[in-house]
Design a protein around this ligand. Structure first.
Ligand code: GLU
Length: 486
């Protein structure tokens, strides 16, 4: 039997790390088993549907590098894959349940149901449908219909115990009497979530439902529908919450960061896939830095943790850096170019390759490269703060800057050539170590720290370096010296 999993987001907003994790687990498990992943858009709740959310969800999933075999964008044999386009299917299934007596028409007016609900709450009872329309005689029903009322369809809940077998939780039992006869088709003809999900999972031949633990409470209703349809329920895997720093499950409402934000901040998607997998289960090897192939090979639903996981932003950042270190050179160069600001306009392809290698081990996100890029392409003339300025104006520093400019002017322009020129400048000026490197770094970048000095020089290029060094060597110390006019 081919494993078929599904990710079924409601287009009510953008994806955050919590729902991304659900998508990732479904994808990994489908790939691990050489099965299929279905993407289904659950958009029957028209009031909550946000325009463009579906597009944004698909975009984020693609950014993560997930691929689905069937979905609203690519079709498939069990479509349509948007619930809003499956209305006739739900009505047909509701009709079958009505025919079998597993469901009934309910003509109760919403205001009356609401009054009864409030009354139950006042009595301290949990509100439940009171069965008013459960046993209507055909004559009564025709009269109600003639009076112009449009009924909803309710599931006739049997007075049973419902057992849900969950791969992580084991067997969970629910008393069906607690549920009350629930609506499966609203009077406007739209299905409710529990009904649509069972019809779809059945017709789409889903074998494994991997979803958030929040849905466990819905599962008994779904089990009853499977039973009434004579359909085989899938394997249920309800995964624990991902908690935010506030100890609450991540949610759109509580302002969880969206995937699009991580994308804008320049996280490596591989790191997000890796991190969210680690939040769910661990590799038997104990290793944490895992690429997609390893994750696919090693995912094991039985190893999924049963406890809520807490998001650790520092660890995610660390992993992002590790994944950046492993990127192929060209890809890294082109990602950095994507993230660069206007200062990088004149960087050639050749220079990008150099920049990528110089920064590879220093980044946790692509966006961080921006700050370093300014050191490779400083806007001229450089502006030095007071400390830097007085450091540069010291007599020894001036000698170093002149000697460096002289040596670099003649140096073969390779990294070794640059390094040799620096050594020569050290000898000419009688300095070494910090006394040699600090003024050069300050002069060229206006920063105390940054990428390797040799890389900075090599990538800035001879003309710029010599120009900047010579200018810095002739600066007065400000503010007490004669301020340079610009
Ligand atoms: N549409 C549901 C949600 O976004 C998922 C339902 C399910 O996985 O069964 O929470």
């Amino acid at each position: 039997m081919t494993v078929r999993t599904r990710f079924a987001p409601s287009p009510t907003g953008e994806l955050h790390l919590g729902n991304a994790r659900t998508a990732i687990l479904n994808w990994l498990y489908a790939r691990h088993t050489r099965g299929e992943l279905v993407l289904r858009i659950e958009d029957t709740d028209v009031r909550r549907t946000v325009p463009a959310a579906e597009e944004e969800i698909l975009r984020s999933l693609r950014w993560l590098g997930l691929h689905w075999d069937e979905g609203p964008d690519c079709g498939g044999p069990y479509g349509p894959y948007r619930q809003s386009e499956r209305g006739a299917i739900y009505r047909d299934f509701a009709a079958r349940l009505l025919e079998r007596g597993a469901a009934f028409h309910c003509y109760c007016r919403p205001e009356v149901l609401e009054q009864k609900r409030r009354a139950a709450l006042r009595r301290g009872e949990s509100p439940r449908y009171d069965g008013t329309c459960r046993e209507l005689a055909p004559a009564q029903e025709s009269r109600l219909l003639e009076s112009g009322l449009t009924p909803s369809v309710r599931f006739r809940v049997p007075p049973d115990t419902v057992r849900v077998r969950d791969l992580l939780k084991g067997e969970v039992t629910f008393d069906a009497r607690e549920l009350g006869d629930f609506v499966i088709l609203k009077s406007d003809g739209l299905p409710t979530y529990n009904f649509a999900v069972v019809v779809d999972d059945t017709l789409m031949r889903i074998t494994h439902v991997i979803r958030g633990i929040g849905h466990l409470a819905n599962t008994p209703r779904q089990m009853l529908i499977y039973r009434a349809l004579g359909a085989e329920p899938p394997v249920f895997v309800h995964i624990p919450h991902v908690l935010g720093p506030d100890g609450e499950p991540l949610s759109k409402r509580r302002g969880a960061k969206t995937l699009a934000e991580y994308e804008r901040e320049g996280y490596r998607p591989d790191a997000i896939v890796n991190y969210l997998s680690l939040l769910s289960w661990s590799s038997p090897s104990g290793e944490e830095l895992l690429d997609r192939e390893r994750l696919i090979r090693e995912i094991d639903l039985r190893r999924l943790g049963a406890r809520d996981a807490v998001l650790d932003p520092a660890k995610l950042r660390w992993l992002s850096g590790k994944h950046i270190q492993r990127m192929p050179a060209q890809e890294l160069a082109s990602r950095l170019a994507d993230f660069a600001g206007p200062e990088a306009r004149e960087i050639t392809e050749e220079d990008w390759a150099k920049v990528a290698e110089a920064l590879r081990d220093r980044l946790t996100t692509f966006a961080e490269a921006r700050e370093f890029l300014l050191q490779f392409r400083p806007p001229e003339p450089l502006v030095y703060d007071g400390d830097a300025r007085s450091a540069l104006a010291a007599a020894e520093a001036r000698t170093v800057l002149e000697a460096a400019a002289d040596a670099l002017e003649m140096a073969p322009w390779t990294k070794t050539g640059v390094l040799d020129a620096l050594k020569a400048a050290g000898e000419t000026s009688g300095t070494q170590g910090r006394a040699l490197y600090r003024p050069i770094r300050l002069a060229l970048t206006a920063h105390e720290h940054g990428p390797e000095l040799v890389d900075i020089i090599w990538i800035q290029g001879r003309d710029r370096v010599v120009r900047i060094l010579r200018r810095a060597a002739s600066l007065d110390a400000a503010p007490w010296g004669r301020a340079e006019r610009r």
